[in-house]
Structure formats: C-alpha cells, structure tokens
Design a protein. Structure first.
Length: 72
C-alpha cells in the first residue's frame, strides 16, 4: 500500500494541471521535466512527488477513457 500524499502536493499538482492543461501525460519522466520547466521548485523530492501525483492522475484519466497504456 502506498502512502497518502500531503494536501500541498495535491493542491500544487492540480493547479499545474489546470494551468497547463494538455501538457502532461502518463509518463513520469516527461512530467518531471515539465514540472521543472513550469515551476521554481528547487527540492528534488517535492518535484518528484508532484510529478508522481500528476502521473497518477493522468493514468487514471486515460484508463477511464479506455485508452491503452503503453509502458515506455
């Protein structure tokens, strides 16, 4: 079982998803680069947690739409 993400991670990630809609996808590595590009987060751990939460949300959205997931 995974841990529950802190609310500040979720809020920050959802703000990024609303602001830069369409920029993120279900790939963690690409999302990590986008989070670095769009924000000034200096802490690697927080950046990765935000990117990980965005990745999770995007995978859930693609699964709901019926898209096939491809592992890269």
């Amino acid at each position: 079982m995974g841990s529950v993400k802190p609310s500040y991670i979720k809020n920050f990630a959802m703000d990024l998803l609303r602001t830069y809609e369409g920029s993120f996808n279900p790939d963690f590595e690409q999302n990590k680069l986008k989070v670095s590009e769009y924000t000034d987060i200096k802490n690697k751990t927080i950046r990765n947690r935000v990117a990980g939460y965005i990745t999770r949300v995007m995978r859930q959205k693609s699964t709901r739409r019926g898209e096939v997931e491809v592992d890269v």
